[in-house]
Design a protein. Sequence first.
Length: 213
Amino acid sequence: MTAREVDPAELLLDRRKERIDAVVAQRVRGLTLVLEHVHDPHNLAAVLRTSEALGLQDLHIVAGPKGFRPSQAVTQGADKWLDVHQHASAAVCADELHHQGFRIFGSRLDGEALDLAALPFGERLALVFGNERDGLSSEFAERCDGFFRIPMLGFSQSFNISVAVGITLATAMLARRQRGLGGDLPENDREALQRRFYALAANVPARRGEPTQ
C-alpha cells in the first residue's frame, strides 16, 4: 500500500466490519443461479436482491434482446455485492458451468422434472430459470443434466419468476445447511471478498490487484 492509498478497514466502525465478516463467512459458490432471457427489469432486480439476501455470490445471465437492465429502485444496491457473469449464449453459459464442475438443472413444469426437494443439494448445482413467458429455451434445455419443479397445491399453474427463485433458493440453502454446507469459500477467496466488501462499504476504490468482480 502506498502513502496515498487508504485501508478501507480503517474507515469502518467495528460493528460494520463484523457484519461484513459474518456475511462473507456464509457466502456460497457451490450453488449458483442462471437466468435465461428474463426481460422484466423488476423481476431481474427482485431475483438479484433475493439471491444476495440468501447468500449466493455468483449469478449467470444469458440476456435476451433487451439486455440485462435490472431496476435499481428494486435492487436497492444489492447487486453491488454480487458477481454477475453475462454470457453470449446458452451454449457458452452451460459449457462454462460444466467446466467448473456444476450439474445443471433447469426449472420446468412437465412430468420429467424432479420435485425441488429431490435435487442433489450436496453437489455443485446450477439452477436455471427461463423467461417469464416461454421458460427455458431448447438450446439450454438440451444441455441440462436434469429438471426440477416446485410442487404446487392450488389451481395456479406457475409462480412469478422472482417468487419461484425465492422458494427455490430458500429450499436449497436450508438443504445445504442440513448437510453441513454453509459458506463454502476457500480462505483466500474469503479474504479477497472481505477486502472488496470493506472497500464497497467505505466507498473507496479497490486496491490495485484486488478483484472488482
